[in-house]
Design a protein around this ligand. Structure first.
Ligand code: SF4
Length: 319
């Protein structure tokens, strides 16, 4: 991955929280609040690609949806290209919608079964990009050719392979020349070769000053394609790290990247203290049982651009 960073800020999340109301365990129990995301902060520079990693339910998808205005935060602020984005009506967002795009996980479900690859990209360019029909066709053909789908432009979704369907969803987004792309596990279900090609197509064809958020379970993808990683657990960032500057230090983030770095978790997440405390091999070394009593906050780690939420502090660097 070879993208240089600009000075401008494409997206910013400030102290974002999101809670959902869910039914109680029994029909007669009142509904209760569940925190999906807590105190999330993010600053994305021009050209930057960051990964959100973590297990299912860690809050990655909720953050992606909040970033694009598909979900409203309960509190906190969302800024895109210097404009406040949360709380706006859809009408107020519409003029800038084309600049902030989403690549869905399920490409087949996202495509109209009656539309060819060419029609799909053209329609997006006409509706969101404001292009005339001839202009939309010219741009759509050029983008499909760039992604190796020139000869397949008249194929319907059911006539395409899984990789081709995904490339159509990418063509649709990239043809709009977006400022921000949020890709929600764009390679899930593909074999390793196709995964690499899809990411090459996506990140290799982003406009130079566009930023990208990649939601992934695949740590190699995160390492190979991203400038920074946000490792998430139970709705919070537990480590923010540039993997090119050093490996993750948080015991849970280390397990995500290297399942052999410690025993496999056998318990659920703790409701108080550090959520990873029931399974953390380092918890016994932290004085006063702090891990099970006190939730660690995100603090500066080994460098200015490294932040970590763990009571074990600098002792993690010696592991
Ligand atoms: S705070 Fe304690 S339990 Fe949590 S990761 Fe750090 S050492 Fe482990």
């Amino acid at each position: 991955m070879n993208r240089s960073l600009g000075e401008g800020i494409v997206a910013e999340l400030k102290g974002v929280n999101k809670t959902f109301l869910v039914p109680g365990p029994l029909p007669w129990n009142p509904r209760r609040e569940v925190a999906a995301v807590c105190d999330f902060n993010l600053r994305l520079r021009e050209g930057e690609v960051v990964a959100l990693v973590g297990q299912s339910g860690s809050g990655k998808t909720t953050i992606s949806r909040i970033l694009l205005g598909l979900e409203e935060p309960t509190s906190g602020e969302v800024w895109l290209d210097g404009h406040r984005w949360d709380g706006l009506s859809e009408g107020a967002r519409r003029p800038r919608r084309a600049a902030f795009q989403y690549v869905p996980q399920d490409a087949m479900a996202a495509l109209d079964p009656q539309q060819s690859a060419l029609d799909t990209v053209m329609e997006t360019l006409r509706v969101l990009g404001g292009c005339s029909a001839p202009e939309a066709e010219e741009k759509a053909v050029a983008m499909l050719q760039r992604l190796g789908l020139g000869a397949r432009r008249h194929a319907l979704p059911r006539e395409m392979s899984g990789g081709e369907q995904r490339r159509v969803t990418l063509a649709r987004v990239l043809a709009l020349e977006p400022r921000l792309v949020v890709a929600d596990e764009p390679t899930s279900g593909l074999d390793p070769d196709r995964r690499h090609t899809v990411l090459e197509d996506l990140i290799g064809n982003l406009p130079p000053k566009a930023a990208c958020v990649l939601v992934t379970h695949d740590m190699e993808e995160a390492r190979d394609w991203c400038h920074r990683i946000y490792a998430m657990l139970a709705g919070r960032v537990i480590e923010e790290v540039d993997l090119h500057a050093g490996p993750p230090l948080h015991p849970y983030a280390r397990l995500l990247f290297d399942p052999w770095s410690g025993p496999a978790p056998r318990h659920g997440l703790a409701p108080t203290g550090c959520p990873f405390s029931p399974d953390c091999p380092q918890a016994s070394g932290v004085e006063g049982g702090r891990c099970s009593r006190e939730r660690p906050s995100l603090r500066r780690g080994r460098a200015d651009d490294h932040r970590i939420a763990c009571h074990a502090g600098s002792s993690l660097e010696a592991l």
